[in-house]
Design a protein around this ligand. Structure first.
Ligand code: NAD
Ligand code: UDP
Length: 317
C-alpha cells in the first residue's frame, strides 16, 4: 500500500495524495514545482505516511525509489495551455522520458501503473461527445502539439509496457477539471475569470465564446480516478462531467457571483483551440459504477470560496 505520485504537489496530484492517504496508502509525492507548489501539500507535512521529494522526473536517472512500491501514478506535466506553451520542451520531456521513467519504476517494483492522460488526445474533435474509441483530430505541428502529442505518446508507451512487459496499467482521459488549489494565475479559463472578477477587471473571452467545455469538480474526478485504479481496465477511460457549456455562458455563471464586474471583453482565439469538448462517460458509468455528483453551481461555490481566500492571502503577502 505504498504509492508514488509524480506531480503530487500540483492541483490534481495533491488532491489525489489526500485521497490515497485517506484510503490507507503511504504516499511518496515527487515534484519539481515547475507549475505546482509545496503549499498544496503543506497540510500533510506532519503525516508520517506522506513524503515529498523535489525531483525532475524527466532526468535520465530519476525515480530511483528505495523500498516497496505498489502503485506508480504519473500526474507530472504542465496542464494549463499557457503553462505548456511557456514550457514546451519540458512538457514534451515529462510526457516522454518522464513517462518512461515512471513506467520503468513500476516494472522494477512489480507495481501497477496509472497514466494521467487527457481529453486533449482527441484534439479539436470532429465528433461530440467524445467516446474512448475516437482516435482524435490533432495538429501534430501546432503549438498545442507539445502537450497533445506528448500525452498520446504517453498512452502509446503505457500500452507498450502493458503488452510487451505485462505491466499492470491504467489510463484515464481527464476532461477539464476545476476546484481549490488551481493557481490563480495558471491561465486556464476558470482561474482567469475568477482573478479578473476579484480584481474588478473585465472577463476575457477568447474568440466568440461559443466554443464549449464540460467542467468537472475535482472531488468527482478523484473519485473516478480511485475507482479506475482499483478496476481491471487497461484501455483508456474518460472521466469528466458531461454537462457541456459555452465559454461565454461559463463566464456569465462566474460573473453573477460578483458585484460590479465590468462587461466581458473579446480577445483572439488561440490557434487550434478545440471548438467542442464533452466526454461520453458511459464506459465509466458501466465499468466503474461512477458518475459525477457535484453540479456546476455547487462546485463553483466551493471553488470561489477558496479563490477569495487565496486572493486576500496573496494581496496581504
Ligand atoms: P498542475 O500543473 O497543477 O500539476 C502538475 C504537477 O506536475 C505540478 O506540481 C508540476 O510542478 C509537476 N511537474 C511537471 N513537470 C514535472 C517534472 N518534470 N518532474 C516533476 N514534477 C513535474 O496540473 P494539474 O491540473 O494538476 O494536472 C495534473 C495532471 O493531470 C497532468 O498530467 C495533466 O496533463 C492531467 N490533466 C489535467 C486536467 C485538468 O483539467 N486539470 C485535464 C486533463 C489532464
Ligand atoms: N478561455 C477564454 N478566456 C480565458 C482563458 C481561456 O475564453 O481567459 C477559453 C479558451 O480559449 C478555451 C476555453 O476557455 O476555449 C478553456 O480554456 P482552458 O485554458 O481552461 O482549457 P483548455 O480546455 O483549452 O485546455
Amino acid at each position: 500500500m505504498r504509492a508514488v505520485v509524480t506531480g503530487g504537489a500540483g492541483f490534481l496530484g495533491s488532491h489525489l495524495c489526500d485521497r490515497l492517504l485517506a484510503e490507507g496508502w503511504e504516499v511518496l509525492a515527487v515534484d519539481n514545482f515547475i507549475t505546482g507548489s509545496a503549499e498544496n501539500v503543506r497540510h500533510l507535512a506532519q503525516n508520517a505516511k506522506f513524503k515529498l521529494k523535489n525531483e525532475d522526473v524527466s532526468k535520465t536517472d530519476a525515480l530511483k525509489v528505495d523500498g516497496e512500491v505498489g502503485y506508480v501514478l504519473h500526474f507530472a506535466s504542465p496542464a494549463s495551455p499557457p503553462d505548456y506553451l511557456k514550457h514546451p520542451i519540458a512538457t514534451m520531456m515529462v510526457g516522454s522520458i518522464g513517462t518512461q521513467n515512471a513506467l520503468e519504476l513500476a516494472l522494477r517494483k512489480n507495481a501497477k501503473f496509472f497514466m494521467a492522460s487527457t481529453s486533449e488526445c482527441y484534439g479539436d474533435p470532429e465528433m461530440s461527445p467524445q467516446k474512448e474509441e475516437y482516435w482524435g483530430h490533432v495538429n501534430s505541428v501546432g503549438p498545442r502539439a507539445v502537450y497533445d502529442e506528448a500525452k498520446r505518446f504517453s498512452e502509446a508507451m503505457t500500452m507498450a509496457y502493458y503488452r510487451h512487459y505485462g505491466v499492470d496499467t491504467r489510463i484515464v482521459r481527464i476532461f477539464n477539471t476545476y476546484g481549490p488549489r488551481m493557481r490563480l494565475n495558471d491561465g486556464r479559463a476558470l482561474p482567469n475569470f475568477v482573478f479578473q472578477a476579484l480584481s474588478g477587471q473585465a472577463l476575457t473571452i477568447y474568440g466568440d465564446g461559443k466554443q464549449t467545455r464540460s467542467f468537472c469538480y475535482v472531488d468527482d474526478l478523484i473519485d473516478g480516478i480511485y475507482k479506475l485504479m482499483l478496476s481491471d481496465e487497461h484501455m483508456p477511460v474518460n472521466i469528466g462531467n458531461s454537462r457541456e457549456i459555452t465559454i461565454l455562458e461559463f463566464a456569465e455563471r462566474i460573473r453573477e457571483h460578483f458585484d460590479n464586474v465590468p462587461l466581458i471583453i473579446f480577445e483572439p482565439l488561440p490557434q487550434d483551440d478545440p471548438k467542442r469538448r464533452c466526454p461520453d462517460i458511459s464506459k465509466a458509468k458501466r465499468i466503474l459504477k461512477w458518475e459525477p455528483k457535484i453540479n456546476l453551481e455547487e462546485g463553483l461555490k466551493r471553488t470561489l470560496a477558496y479563490f477569495k481566500q487565496e486572493f486576500s492571502r496573496q494581496r496581504s503577502a
